[in-house]
Design a protein around this ligand. Structure first.
Ligand code: FAD
Length: 572
């Protein structure tokens, strides 16, 4: 019996454990296994195998039972996820449904999740921009949160490293506040976007409209073919899972790569409840998991642990990892765990009509989505009555009129060749928010979910800075449209939008110099539990206004490199 136990412990012991298999967990798995570590990847959801588990990927519009709409009953049952723009019949199976995974909203917060192998990497919009020193120096310059313990120079080589493997399309635009990367060719702007880009260049000395940078293989390199991925076909059906691997997802890229190494064990249906801390050893020894099929509680052991469950889930796991040494959550001597949660401000749009250009139309689709206006407010210095700034998405399109009257051949013909209307242009805001102690998550003391995890209580709200920034966006982009000669300008604050729907929640286990005011050091390593690393959005000290996932990838690769070197030196 004793031998059986020893064998069983041996079977459950690995060099490294990764919690979560989404964008950051996939990278942790790839890097750890690539460096020869036997790695267990624990994923709470089901497995989703590239090319096998994309049931809708080749379906025609008419093959969807509800023409790709979500039926009213489903929407009524799932009001939170139904507010996500990507929640349609073709991808609904990759989204968490409200009822299945409840949480408590102390204040309205739309928490959008994807619980499966690959996490939200199957659903993301693939927008990928680097941060610059204007972002890493932000908290110190503007006096909020705590100083980032790193600067752009620390992370720049790691951006290059992950970009080459993931495949990022874009142009070398030479803008200091949005550093260039290792780009595959960018997707071109259309005629009206290009006109607007030229107009902005002529009219403003610090504003730019560039091709959106995104994780698509516009022209694959050998490293992408080696992953079994080929050129993006511009289908723009990405949220269904891409059979070409045309965009970066963990499923198409990092997870199969890690599997190929022979060093990865992937265990789906495994909810990590907590990290086990050994008081005598002064470090973590493993994790406690509940198998979602059998409800069996199992422990797994490893020398190092990477927590990559996505920002708020990672907070949950750390808060739930209590011991005599850490009664309020792993590494939480500072009591900041769960606090200083921030998000992105996707609260406003500006739309307009464009006169002329009717000799031009768009051909095909643009998977990058169009243009991107990098942040131009408060970059070099503080110049407005709010802190920080915003970027904006930009897209121009030619409208079509379809005469859907009649039946038979008349209807068929008019559907087949819709009449082209005029051009329109639209922009949406992507603002930075200021992390605050009053924006927090914590565990409910009484209520638990089906898997024995306390329910998460979320208390996150907008502030005055957000409102001022939103108004500035409307004013400034409105003015840019006006000076470009666009007509019928419609500025809109999105009504009743709660934080969270930007799907870029960050913080709670922030990085910092000082263990008294932060959870992680400059290597994403828990200050007071050196063999645990957090490299998903929970680590973020501030949010910048760039889309965050590329930065999580870079942090993860950098942190694994450090951890494995420390292991080799015998320090971990
Ligand atoms: C519609 C949409 C559009 C988006 N667009 C963009 C974009 O354009 N650019 C961008 O940068 N970002 C975008 N995002 C956000 C992006 O998807 C996330 O930033 C990214 O996926 C975060 O990576 P992650 O590894 O932290 O989390 P995830 O990718 O969510 O992966 C976390 C994984 O951990 C698992 N997990 C959670 N809890 C546990 C547990 N207790 N035990 C075991 N496993 C657990 C989950 O099931 C999941 O698989 C978008 C997201 C959505 C949904």
């Amino acid at each position: 019996m004793a031998n059986l136990n020893i064998d069983s412990v041996k079977e459950r012991t690995f060099d490294a454990i990764v919690i979560g298999s989404g964008i950051s967990g996939g990278w942790a798995a790839k890097e750890l296994t690539g460096k020869g570590l036997k790695t267990l990847v624990l994923e709470r959801g089901r497995d989703v195998k590239h090319n096998i588990d994309y049931p809708t990927t080749n379906m025609y519009p008419w093959e969807f039972k509800h023409r790709n709409e979500i039926p009213l009953a489903v929407r009524e049952e799932n009001p939170i996820v139904s507010r996500c723009y990507a929640f349609h019949e073709d991808a609904a199976h990759f989204f968490v449904k409200d009822k299945e995974h409840p949480y408590i909203q102390e204040k309205p917060f739309d928490w959008i999740r994807g619980y499966q192998v690959g996490g939200k990497s199957l659903l993301w919009a693939r927008q990928t921009q680097r941060w610059s020193d204007f972002d890493f120096e932000g908290p110190a310059r503007d006096g909020f949160a705590v100083d980032w313990p790193i600067r752009y120079a620390d992370i720049a080589p790691w951006y290059s490293y992950v970009e080459k493997f993931a495949g990022i399309s874009g142009n070398k635009d030479g803008i200091a506040e949005l550093p260039d990367g290792e780009f595959l060719p960018g997707f071109p702007l259309n005629t009206v976007e290009k006109y607007f880009s030229d107009h902005v260049k002529k009219t403003y000395n610090n504003r730019h409209v560039i091709s959106a940078r995104c994780a698509h293989l516009s022209k694959p390199e050998p490293i992408h073919f080696e992953q079994g991925r080929v050129q993006c076909q511009n289908r723009v059906l990405c949220q269904r899972g891409c059979p070409f691997g045309g965009y970066f997802s963990s499923n198409a890229s990092t997870i199969p790569w890690a599997m190929k190494s022979g060093n990865m064990t992937l265990r789906p249906f495994s909810v990590v409840q907590s990290i086990i801390y050994d008081e005598n050893k002064g470090k973590a020894t493993g994790v406690r998991v509940i198998d979602t099929n059998t409800k069996e509680v199992i422990e797994y052991y490893a020398r190092i642990i990477f927590v990559n469950a996505a920002a708020l889930n990672t907070n949950m796991i750390l808060l739930n990892s209590t011991s005599n040494r850490f009664p309020n959550g792993l590494g939480n001597d500072s009591e900041v765990l769960g606090k200083y949660v921030a998000f992105h401000l996707y609260t406003a749009t500006v739309n307009a009509d464009v006169e002329g250009f009717t000799e031009f139309k768009t051909e095909g689709r643009n998977p990058a989505g169009g243009g991107y206006i990098p942040r131009f407010r408060n970059v070099q210095k503080q110049e407005t009555d709010f802190l920080r700034g915003y970027a904006a998405g930009l897209g121009a399109y030619r409208s079509t009129h379809t005469d859907s009257s009649g039946v038979g051949s008349k209807l068929k013909n008019s559907l087949g060749s819709p009449e082209l209307g005029g051009w329109g242009v639209g922009s949406h805001m992507m603002g930075e928010t200021i992390p605050k102690e009053s924006n927090y998550v914590k565990l409910d003391k009484d209520q638990k979910d089906e898997w024995g995890m306390p329910l998460l209580r979320i208390s996150v709200d907008y502030d005055d800075n957000d409102h001022k920034m939103t108004n500035d966006y409307l004013e400034q982009v409105g003015e840019m449209f006006e000076t470009a000669g666009f007509k019928n300008i419609r500025k809109e604050i999105t009504k009743g939008k709660a934080p969270g729907l930007d799907i870029h929640e960050m913080g709670g286990a922030r990085m910092g110099h000082d263990p008294k005011t932060s959870i992680l050091n400059k290597w994403n390593q828990v200050h007071t539990c050196s063999n645990v690393f957090v490299t998903d959005g929970a680590c973020m000290t501030s949010t910048a206004c760039q889309n965050p996932s590329l930065t999580y990838m870079a942090f993860t690769a950098r942190s694994v490199d450090y951890a494995v070197n420390e292991m080799k030196k015998g320090n971990l």
